[in-house]
Design a binder for this molecule. Structure first.
Ligand code: MV4
Length: 445
């Protein structure tokens, strides 16, 4: 096992990784920017190194400084968390060259799944269900021919995109050539990769994702799905496990095809396969995320498995023995609300000094927080302050506990989206499990 891990992140996920390290008896090094000197992850870790100024490009994304911090402190591994450098294959490769273990998949796996066209091809080869679609398009005429074959509406996506970035819906033949040109130049500008491809467009899909873990010993474990359909502009707001629309048979089938695909590609870390579900309940592979995700706790609560601890064990070369797929015993239901520093109606970020902070507690309530009373939330980073996660024997019980937890949560001095969560948990469609990716834009409160 590692002796010391450097955590190349901030906020609640840095705290989450410190906790997993403590459980495993591993020492921790925090990195931070100037404005984060008093951040909780800095206090919480055994050591801390300032790696640069507030601008994330010069601190949390500053690869030479981060590698130097690991060398100076004698860390033997780097945990990237989510965001920042977590899906940067060059960073993973540099860690390897410097004798540091990157706690994530191999750079090769990160490159494969990071290129959405290559990911689609791999998914097809290994039998994952796909929407009708294409590989890289040659030109506007090729796009028009392929779109006619697939049938409108279609969606143009950038190979270098992902997470909803670089997408555009095309509804008829008159728009397709221009859309191809615009999408190509935007992809070049945004992702330094002009490649775009087409897929059949699904109007109001649900977002369902499967949690997986590979160890380096040929084992792939699947830990069930999460439902993440409550989103706004590709930012998830509430997640849950299991999905209210999943059946045990569908879950078992999905687990089996995904296990097969990941055994074939030799995947060796924590990952998430993202699917769209259409009105008929069919699932289609969209993309794979090769990192720990914000919403991982809902899976932890219904499986009883510590995902971060097992991600670290796998990175250290341990062979894992865990329940998976059909043998997984799911217990009850879990919900997660992301608490952001923002106006609850306009979604404008609201950084500033937290004057009062009283998190909720009690049975079935978990709070993963990255702030405290007296901390000044900087305006340079993601506005997520904390996650409230509740667990219950049933979905109704998890909702009831979440309502109580949100009513208890006191955050003074800044605006938060707690009122949005309270309104969502009173919405009849949400309570009935009938969420769509458009629920939030229709909500009035
Ligand atoms: C789609 C789609 C409709 N049809 N693909 C958004 C995230 C990215 N991974 C894929 N996304 C979408 N891909 C086809 N062929 C609609 C979305 C989409 C979406 C998906 C899930 C949850 C919320 C969403 C919001 C807007 C668009």
């Amino acid at each position: 096992m590692f002796g010391k891990i450097l955590i190349a992140n901030r906020g609640e996920i840095a705290m989450r990784v410190v906790r997993a390290c403590r459980t495993l008896g591993i020492r921790t090094v925090a990195i931070h920017s100037d404005v984060d000197a008093a951040a909780p992850h800095v206090r919480f870790a055994d050591e801390a190194v300032c790696v640069g100024p507030a601008d994330p490009r010069r601190s949390y994304l500053n690869i030479p400084q981060i590698i130097a911090a690991a060398e100076i402190t004698g860390a033997d591994a780097v945990h990237p968390g989510y965001g920042f450098l977590s899906e940067n294959a060059e960073f993973a490769e540099l860690c390897r060259r410097c004798g540091l273990t990157f706690i994530g998949p191999t750079p090769e796996a990160m490159r494969l799944w990071g290129d959405k066209v290559r990911a689609r091809e791999a998914a097809k080869r290994f039998g994952l269900p796909l929407l009708p679609g294409t590989t890289v398009l040659r030109d506007g005429e090729d796009a028009a021919e392929q779109a006619a074959r697939i049938g409108y509406p279609v969606i143009l996506k950038a190979a270098g995109g992902g997470g909803g970035r670089g997408m555009r819906v095309v509804r008829d033949d008159s728009e397709i050539r221009r859309a191809f040109e615009t999408a190509t130049s935007e992809a070049q500008a945004g992702f330094k990769n002009p490649d775009v491809y087409l897929e059949k467009f699904v109007e109001e899909p649900r977002h369902i994702e499967l949690q997986v873990l590979g160890d380096g010993h040929g084992h792939i474990f699947t830990f069930g799905e999460r439902e993440c359909s409550l989103q706004r502009r590709h930012q998830k707001i509430i997640e849950e496990a299991p999905s209210p629309v999943m059946t045990p048979e569908k879950r078992a089938e999905l687990s089996e095809v995904c296990t097969h695909a990941l055994v074939e590609t030799g995947y060796t870390s924590l990952g998430t396969l993202e699917f769209l579900m259409d009105e008929r309940g069919n699932l289609y592979f969209m993309e794979m995320n090769t990192r720990v995700q914000v919403e991982h706790p809902v899976t932890e609560l219904v499986t009883g498995i510590d995902l971060v601890e097992n991600q670290i064990r796998a990175a250290a070369g341990q062979a894992l023995s865990l329940p998976s797929g059909r043998a997984l015993g799911l217990r009850g239901h879990a919900l997660e609300c992301r608490i952001n520093a923002e106006d609850p109606r306009t979604f404008v970020p609201w950084p500033g000094l937290i004057t009062e902070y009283l998190p909720p507690g009690g049975g079935g309530v978990r709070v993963d927080s990255g702030v405290y009373g007296g901390f000044r939330v900087p305006n340079n980073y993601d506005p997520m302050l904390a996650k409230v996660i509740t667990h219950g024997a049933t979905r109704a019980e998890a909702i009831a506990r979440m309502r109580c937890a949100l009513d208890e949560f006191v955050i003074g001095g800044i605006r938060t989206n707690i009122p949005l969560h309270q309104a969502l948990l009173r919405d009849p469609d949400v309570v009935a499990g009938k969420m769509s990716t458009r629920t939030i834009e229709r909500l009035r409160f």
